[in-house]
Design a protein around this ligand. Structure first.
Ligand code: HDD
Length: 711
């Protein structure tokens, strides 16, 4: 009951601050009704516009100031409202109230993002994805500012501006947009061995998700849980999508960027609009403080993950996104996350990357949102009312009564009061810290290759091939041979075969790279750094491969039905109903978007024409039965686009079902050259073809057949 109240509280808060123009009269910002919004005020109808035209001035001035600076990183994002429901109490580990009571619901807003591109850049860039969650808890806002990759490029925040400058468009010509395939990125990477583990992840298909709804989320750093007795545990956070983790092929990603640059944003929006609410299991890996030193890596090193085989992920709740924002700018753009927004019971670790982040986020909001009062913007407001002595500043909203804005005070009766820990007052974990003031890195951070190896070795054969191709693609765009060579030299520490294959395709030799000084502590043993023998305790981690993800549902998958006049209405309806019943979405693709007539004379309006969309926007294709429909598709200007559509879907290893009468399309496409040994190509003459089609869609793609199919 209380949770529903809490949920409603955020909703109510937002509702109170939301307006609609429905049935309203146009006014100025001062509330004056406007009688003419078409013409400015002039001296005569052909004369100059008058300075006194306050309606014109106000409108243009506001327009001139509509833009705010985009986020320095993670500028391109999409967000949604939702709820987090606790399924397992963590009271033993943390006093955070939203993690204590089973069944408790906490309202959330989640913003997903790419990292490198500008606000208007494509969704399908090869990049890490942000997965930032704001929990509006009764104890205040808690932000988990996560990514879809569990490790990071660098170990210390002091290198963050260098990393970002290297990956962003180059400063002389602002090229390329939203892409890491260029000289400066790889120059930096080639000189930073610590980035190699993350490089394995961003060169894998994890960096080109099929959907934001099919990505994992990771808090990356070790954080701390503190319980009521003050005992602490290290904790790593995980979000696991209920739909499984799936990606597109790089060739698809590039084409989607042209056909629908908003592919991920649209997919998220439509899924929520259609009631297919994205869901994740929320999990934790818990490590008692005293076990800190039992790993073969440092828990404070953000380039390392804890293999799930060593510390299993305990699922403790469900995150559901169930409401699209009303206004992109007001909500998704103005939301301000900060890893330092904590609630009692959660604390930081000494991870040096995290420590630097704690400074950066508020600082960036000040220049991006322009005022220290950004917490008053509706999407950023805590549901716990704010009481303190801070005052004034640009755009202050809260009207605090009384004379007092200092403490201690007697005039205000001493209010507002501090809270003791047992009253919910935030109290930092009492950790004994001592040490000389040094600008150094711990020796325990020096092994840069073991987990890169672990990741690579845990991938399936098709995943390894994609990763290798990604490296070849990226490094082929690097124009300076020495940089290519250095990267390949780094790869050799991970996998010799990978290095030599990549080297062969980019015209360099595998050589030991010159190691940069700045990333190696003065007294580090270079032998450790270069050791080819060092491997992690865990040799293979099945959890790291997407081949082992959930593949048993077609829920929210997009199926393209290719059809023309004369399509067989009965089989069209039968399959459409079957697919929709299982939660898939069906979209019709026809020669044009003009209505088509089925063999029963029913008019159906297609959503797409063969030229306004492409196979890359669909998970699977059904070539609808109907002799006349097939004839039309195979004739004139339709023939090439329809065969291209089918061939491309086939190239990307998608399920294709050829209905009755579609043999001409089957035989004239590349698909027709293969016989019935392909689990994702289903033809009219097979037994239970619809069931086979549904099963094939649920498998996502048949990556295992990729080489054979494309040879
Ligand atoms: Fe960051 C935004 C995630 C390291 C500085 N970061 C930002 C966002 C995400 C992350 C998801 C977008 C939030 C949103 O949707 O508004 N960042 C990470 C992760 C990191 C990380 C998982 C490493 C584990 N970040 C990092 C470092 C620094 C920053 C080391 C600086 C020292 N990040 C920022 C920022 C941004 C940001 C400049 C840009 C916009 C914003 O904060 O609000 O402050």
């Amino acid at each position: 009951m209380k949770d529903i109240k809490q949920n409603n509280q955020k909703l109510k808060q937002l509702e109170e601050l939301t307006t609609s123009n429905e049935n309203e009269k146009l006014t100025t910002n001062q509330g004056i009704k406007v009688n003419n919004n078409q013409d400015s005020l002039k001296a005569g109808d052909r004369g100059p516009t008058l300075l006194e035209d306050f309606i014109l001035r106000e409108k243009i001035t506001h327009f001139d100031h509509e833009r705010i600076p985009e986020r320095i990183v993670h500028a391109r994002g999409s967000g949604a409202h939702g709820v987090f429901k606790l399924t397992k109490s963590l009271k033993k580990y943390t006093s955070a109230k939203f993690l204590n009571e089973v069944g408790k619901e906490t309202p959330v807003f989640v913003r997903f993002s790419t990292v490198a591109g500008s606000r208007g850049s494509t969704d399908l860039a090869r990049d890490a994805r942000g997965f930032a969650v704001k929990f509006y808890t009764e104890e205040g806002n808690y932000d988990l500012v996560a990514n879809n990759i569990p490790v990071f490029f660098i170990q210390d925040a002091i290198k963050f501006p260098d990393l970002i400058h290297a990956v962003k468009p180059e400063p002389d010509n602002e090229i390329p947009q939203a892409a890491s395939a260029h000289d400066t990125f790889w120059d930096f990477i080639s000189l930073m061995p610590e980035s190699m583990h993350m490089i394995m992840w961003v060169m894998s298909d994890r960096a080109i998700p099929r959907s934001l709804r099919m990505m994992e989320g990771f808090g990356v750093h070790s954080f701390k849980f503190i319980n009521e007795e003050g005992k602490s545990h290290f904790v790593k956070f995980h979000f696991k999508p209920k739909l499984g983790v799936h990606s597109v092929a790089w060739d698809e990603a590039q084409k989607i960027s042209g056909v629908d640059a908003d592919f991920h944003r649209r997919d998220l929006w439509e899924a929520i609009d259609n009631g297919a609410f994205p869901e994740w299991d929320f999990g934790v890996q818990l490590i008692p403080e005293e076990d800190e030193d039992t790993f073969d890596f440092d828990l404070l090193d953000p380039t390392k993950l804890i293999p799930e085989e060593e510390v299993p992920v305990e699922i403790i709740g469900t995150l559901t996104l169930n409401r699209n924002p009303d206004n992109f700018f007001a909500e998704t753009e103005q939301i301000a996350f900060h890893p330092g927004h904590l609630v009692p019971g959660i604390d930081f670790s000494n991870d040096p990357l995290l420590q630097g982040r704690l400074f950066s986020y508020t600082d960036t909001q000040l220049s991006r949102l322009g005022s220290p009062n950004f917490h008053e913007i509706p999407i950023n407001r805590s549901i716990n009312t704010v009481h303190n002595n801070q005052r004034d500043g640009h755009m202050r909203q809260q009207i605090v009564k009384g004379k007092v804005s200092y403490e201690p005070n007697s005039i205000g009766g001493g209010c507002p009061f501090q809270s003791m820990m047992k009253e919910g007052g935030f109290s930092s974990h009492q950790e004994r810290v001592s040490g000389a003031k040094v600008r150094e890195r711990s020796n325990s951070f020096v092994d840069h290759y073991s987990q890169a190896k672990l990741f690579y070795n845990s991938q399936s054969a098709p995943e390894k091939m994609h990763l290798q191709n990604a490296l070849v693609f990226e490094l082929s765009k690097v124009t300076i041979p020495e940089i290519r060579e250095r990267v390949v030299g780094q790869l050799a520490f991970i996998d010799k075969n990978l290095a030599s294959k990549v080297a062969g395709k980019i015209g360099v030799e595998v050589k030991k790279p010159e190691l940069p000084n700045q990333s190696i502590p003065a007294d580090a043993d270079p032998a450790i750094l270069q050791s080819k023998e060092k491997t992690s305790k865990t040799k293979i981690s099945p959890a790291l491969s997407m081949a082992n993800t959930v593949k048993d549902t077609i829920k929210s998958r997009k199926i393209g039905f290719i059809m023309a006049d004369g399509a067989d209405e009965k089989s069209f309806n039968a399959l459409k109903n079957k697919l929709e019943k299982q939660g898939a979405t069906v979209e019709i693709i026809a020669p044009s978007v003009a209505p088509i007539k089925t063999n029963n004379g029913t008019a159906i309006t297609p959503k797409h024409s063969l030229t306004t969309t492409a196979s890359v926007c669909f998970d699977a294709l059904y070539i609808v039965s109907g002799e006349n429909s097939v004839k039309e598709l195979m004739s004139g200007e339709n023939k090439h686009p329809v065969l291209h559509f089918i061939n491309e879907a086939y190239k990307h290893c998608k399920a294709i079902y050829f209905g009755a009468d579609t043999e001409p399309l089957y035989l004239n496409s590349n698909v027709g050259l293969k016989k019935h040994n392909d689990p994702a190509i289903i033809t009219w003459d097979e037994k239970a073809p619809e069931e086979k089609f549904i099963d094939a869609i649920s498998k996502h793609r048949v990556w295992d057949l990729e080489i054979e199919r494309n040879s």
